[in-house]
Design a protein around this ligand. Structure first.
Ligand code: PEP
Ligand code: MG
Length: 902
């Protein structure tokens, strides 16, 4: 390498100097070109300018010191290797200048091909191509077009129009009908367009072309579309792009040349085979532009058997080397195969599981690595029902898959109409340009949401994901007219009441009703599809990887369930107990009247009566749940919500009373009720009389629940079962609260349990920041902690959990204040710190203290890794997320033991 590079920062790497692990520095494309070069594959020679050079340029607006000289040195080496020099009028070297960031950002940044052509070297290129003038002038006009557009912001359509004019004059629509003279004329026209817009001549100096093209690639990192894409894909904004300068090879030199893409297995299903497309006599950009139809890759065997065999050999080598599905771009120049790019290929969720399983079978990876290569988000996707698509259904638009699922329903354009039709039992799809908080009721009523604007962090997307509702956002082909209640797409008009089907995973929109089929993965978890009996490769792969995750994980996975049916389903899904049985819903329905009596009781006797009536009902609730969870722990949380939720709404009641009084009716009872509701009314019920506070204020309420739990446990145990209840006190902030509840509970338990052998634990939720900060004291009185991260997030941030996601989170996401809602994924630094402190101080005070989490985060993949790290014993989540938590707990375990072979 040139001597000056040792003294200064190294900004340029020859392909032979890099490798696949240098993606941060060389970008994905550069690192993989280097890897292929070192594997001895035929990669056109070239070099990579690092992301650090890009970052330095973007920070200062100028190329960093030394970069120009390093480029000169590497260019010289490239010229020597190729035996040609840039701009040589007799035998020119041409190069492509390509972007390549660490993460693939398809089509977001710039590429300039054929750099090095000018009025003189175009003649040399023709000679090089065996006197092919047409090819040389076509290459030159492509350079001016690409360079003009990407480097100098010349409007691309001006070049398109000029090309159309030439074709029209010639009476053709096909580029291939233009001859060398036509293209020479086009070069003149392009040059005029160039100078009209830039005020200068098209640069004839090749090094200037190269420098300007490199600069344009650097700058394209901050192009608007790239910024938006990064935000959507959560790619950090400060990575910068590398630039690859590569000797040009040509696929458009005649019938013995061509270009194509290939996958080492099917990226959609994971099936093994040869997948790809080939286009003869073409450059890569023609494939992307879809100008002519490609042929399946298998056809290449007939067209050019030698190149085909060679390609298959390289594909096998790459797969063996990367131990994964690779995608490849290649070009054949006059019968010589060149590899232009490879990377570990993107794949669908189903293919990820299938391929991981296959690679284990092939001995390329072990089961830990297979587990590492799939994730909970993919598994969650596979658990949604899917559209059954055959040829008759073609999408009419494609937006962003903002919240997964398959939804079918009648189109409505307003929130009010959504609510009306849903109340009549219709499935509706709410269609809006974009949604705002006023649409919330409509979004709740709808089966799915479809918008024409906004990305993955738009209001519609964020709120829909929070609700678990299917959403396609940013389907900009839809021309929506809200006042006229219609939209047009692909030449068709859809009016209110027409049926559409939207796929929240792929973002595709279909007219009419597409049949929906259940997920086979859910059938497997449900136990209705036996992995040993089926030939479904996906189910087999999921089974195998889940089994391994279970063997590896340290975290237990429980479920949040408060009915026997939910408990049973969760158990089939692999739940190892209940981490949160919320008892509030047990006070609704026809028991509401009893609760009203309890709240309104004027005397001790009236209150005790109401409690006595509730006791057997509660006991039955718990018996059902203990039976379903036989032998497994069940954490029952004492009642939590504010009492006014059990009473009629204040305004409505006040109106009813006033109207009745006006009519002279006897309203004594209603007036008493109204007075009670007024008494109970709170401005901030989430911060008011709920949880343990309620238990301390209403005598006998918690005692009744404790008795019901203990009696149910004894009943189940005496009938031959095994009940393992854990009583959990909500919203504790001070140890004294817990001590008071516990003293009474222990008395009752001792009385009920007797010699039955039932053991009842008493613990607390940690969901008030003060509890987390005094966990050492609280642990003295608690046999377990369960983190209520919903409330801990609410109170840690001071965000009302019922309001903020719909109100302003979309803006916080847009501004990058959050990467993701803190209600969805645990805020490690803030709320997570409270968890960590409480876990450490709790265990210091009571070694071996059992720790779990039962907030929504317990089923979030990212958060599961955090809870593993903090050392919790279990996570608890909704039944449907149990498999996701099992998988992620397994992944978390292998990641911390460092068995990752990559
Ligand atoms: C919590 O706050 O995290 C929790 C599990 O309790 P709830 O959601 O019922 O308030
Ligand atoms: Mg809570």
């Amino acid at each position: 390498m040139a001597a000056q590079e040792t003294a200064e920062h190294k900004y340029v790497y020859d392909f032979a100097e890099g490798n696949k692990d240098l993606k941060d520095l060389l970008g994905g494309k550069g690192a993989n070109l280097a890897e292929m070069t070192n594997l001895g594959l035929p990669v056109p020679p070239g070099f990579t300018i690092t992301t650090e050079a890009c970052k330095a340029y973007l920070a200062t607006g100028a190329e960093p010191a030394g970069l120009a000289e390093q480029i000169a040195a590497h260019l010289e080496a490239l010229e020597r290797e190729m035996g040609r020099s840039l701009g040589d009028p007799q035998d020119p070297l041409l190069v492509s200048v390509r972007s390549g960031a660490k993460f693939s950002m398809p089509g977001m940044m710039e590429t300039v091909l054929n750099v090095g052509l000018n009025d003189r070297s175009v003649v040399g290129l023709s000679a090089q191509a065996g006197g092919n003038d047409r090819f040389a002038w076509d290459s030159y006009r492509r350079l001016i077009q690409m360079f003009g557009k990407t480097v100098c912001d010349v409007p691309g359509e001006e070049f398109e129009h000029a090309l159309d004019d030439v074709k029209r004059a010639k009476g053709t629509t096909n580029d291939l009908d233009l001859d060398a003279d036509d293209l020479r004329g086009l070069v003149d026209a392009y040059k005029k367009i160039f100078s009209k817009h830039t005020g200068r001549e098209f640069p004839q100096e090749p090094r200037e072309q190269l420098d300007l093209a490199i600069r344009a690639v650097f700058e394209s990192w901050n192009a608007e579309r790239a910024v938006i894409y990064r935000r959507q894909e959560r790619i950090p904004a400060d990575l910068g792009t590398a630039v690859n300068v590569v000797a040009m090879v040509f696929g458009n030199l005649g019938a013995d040349s061509g270009t194509g893409v290939a996958f080492t297995r099917d990226p959609a299903s994971g099936a093994q085979g040869i997948y790809g497309d080939y286009l003869a006599n073409a450059q890569g950009e023609d494939v992307v532009a879809g100008i002519r139809n490609t042929v399946p890759l298998q056809e290449l065997e007939r067209i050019d058997k030698k190149s085909y065999d060679e390609l298959l050999d390289y594909m096998a080598r790459l797969e063996g080397h990367y131990k994964d599905l690779c995608d490849i771009e290649f070009t054949i120049e006059r019968g010589k195969l060149w590899m232009l790019q490879t990377r570990v290929g993107k794949r669908t969720a189903a293919a990820a599981f299938v391929i991981a399983g296959q690679l284990v079978d092939e001995g390329l990876i072990d089961l830990d690595e297979a587990l590492h290569r799939v994730n909970g988000a993919q598994l969650a996707q596979l658990m949604f029902p899917r559209f059954k698509l055959d040829h008759e259904f073609q999408p009419v638009a494609k937006g962003i898959g903002a919240s997964p699922g398959a939804a079918v329903g009648k189109v409505v354009f307003t929130s009010a109409r959504a609510v009306e039709l849903a109340a009549e039992g219709e499935s509706v799809i709410l269609v809006r340009r974009e949604t705002n908080p006023d649409d919330l009721n409509g979004m709740i009523a709808a089966k799915g949401i479809l918008t024409s604007r906004g990305g993955k962090t738009s209001h519609a997307a964020v709120v829909a994901r929070g609700m678990g509702k299917t959403c396609v956002s940013g389907a900009d082909e839809l021309d929506i007219n809200i006042p006229q209640r219609k939209f047009t797409v692909a030449g068709q008009t859809v009016t209110e009441g027409d049926v559409v089907s939207i796929d929240g995973t792929t973002g595709k929109v279909y007219l009419g009703e597409v049949p929906v089929m259940p997920s086979e993965v859910v059938q497997y978890f449900e136990g209705t599809l036996d992995p040993e009996q089926t030939d479904d490769a996906l189910v087999q792969a999921v089974h195998r990887i889940m089994t391994h995750a279970d063997a590896r994980r340290r975290l237990a996975v429980r479920t949040n369930a408060d009915t026997g049916a939910d408990a049973a389903r969760a158990r089939r899904f692999g739940a190892q107990g209940i981490g949160l049985c919320r008892t509030e819903h047990m006070f609704l329905g026809d028991r509401r009247e009893l609760v009203e009596r309890l709240i309104l009781a004027a005397t001790d006797a009236e209150r005790e009566d109401a409690l006595a009536a509730l006791l057997p009902l509660q006991r039955e609730d718990f018996i059902e749940i203990f039976r379903e969870m036989d032998g497994l722990p069940v954490t029952v949380r004492l009642i939590d919500p504010p009492l006014h939720e059990f009473l009629p709404p204040l305004e409505q009641l006040a109106v009813n009373v006033a109207v009745a009084q006006e009519r002279g009716e006897d309203v004594a009872k209603e007036e008493a009720l109204l007075a009670a509701v007024r008494r109970m009314h709170e401005e901030n019920p989430m911060l008011g009389l709920r949880g343990v506070r309620l238990g301390l204020v209403i005598p006998g309420l918690f005692a009744m629940q404790v008795r019901a739990i203990a009696e149910a446990a004894v009943a189940v145990t005496r009938s031959g079962g095994s009940a393992c209840p854990e009583i959990m006190v909500p919203l504790v902030g001070a140890v004294q609260e817990l001590e008071t509840v516990r003293a009474e509970a222990e008395r009752i338990i001792a009385e009920v349990v007797g010699d039955s052998g039932v053991e009842v634990l008493i613990g607390t939720m940690i969901e008030v920041p003060r509890a987390a900060l005094t966990a050492g004291q609280i642990a003295e009185a608690a046999q377990f902690f369960s983190f209520g991260t919903n409330d801990l997030t609410q109170m840690g941030w001071g965000f009302s959990r019922d309001d903020v996601e719909g109100a302003f989170f979309w803006r916080y996401l847009e501004l990058g204040i959050f990467g993701i809602s803190p209600f969805e994924s645990i805020d490690r630094e803030g709320v997570g710190r409270l968890v960590r402190i409480a876990a450490e101080e709790g265990r210091a005070a009571r070694p071996g203290l059992k720790l779990g989490v039962c907030g929504e985060h317990g089923g979030d993949p990212e958060s599961v890794h955090f809870f593993h790290e903090v050392g919790l014993d279990y996570v608890s989540c909704s039944p449907f997320r149990v498999p996701v938590a099992r998988l992620e707990a397994g992944r978390a375990a292998i990641e911390t033991t460092g068995s990752d072979s990559r």
